[in-house]
Design a protein around this ligand. Sequence first.
Ligand SMILES: [Zn+2]
Length: 198
Amino acid sequence: MYEGIVQDLIDELGRLPGIGPKSAQRIAFHLLSADPADVRRLAATLNEIKDKVRFCRLCFNVAQAELCRICSDQRRDPEQICVVEESKDVIAIERTREFRGRYHVLGGAINPIGGIGPDDLHIRELIARLADGTVTELILATDPNTEGEVTASYLARQIAPMGVKVTRLASGLPMGGDLEWADEVTLGRAFEGRRVVA
Ligand SMILES: [Zn+2]
């Protein structure tokens, strides 16, 4: 245990995803010896994200306005919605340049062990977006792991009766992983080779 604020810093860093106590300590001491200007810039960015960044009211992607950049772009195809778990997956798919439709960010995946059920995700809002019949294809691009698969089958079951074509990215993505880990070519190919599931 360190004294006061140094320990507070280690504790705060240790609450971030993927950062264990050792890493938290290493980052804390890096910050203590870093250039003050760099540390202040990081602190200012952390302050700003909570004030300036919000979530798109349609698709729940990160946004700087009421609608995100993609939802407010009239050139995007309104007939296709690609469903992803997190905003970082939107970035990964955008990099492939395979998709010209819109997105829907669920905010995670169904995970019974972790206590995350369908009601904890933006599924109700997704179903509401399909109500007016504009969307003809829903592409399920949840992560290629157990939670992602469970979420995809749940969505396929819910949405199939609505008469919307539901497709899933082709296999070939590294199983057990995160969508964002796939390289652009692999992800682009999985997109192109998507198959109808419902
Ligand atoms: Zn949006």
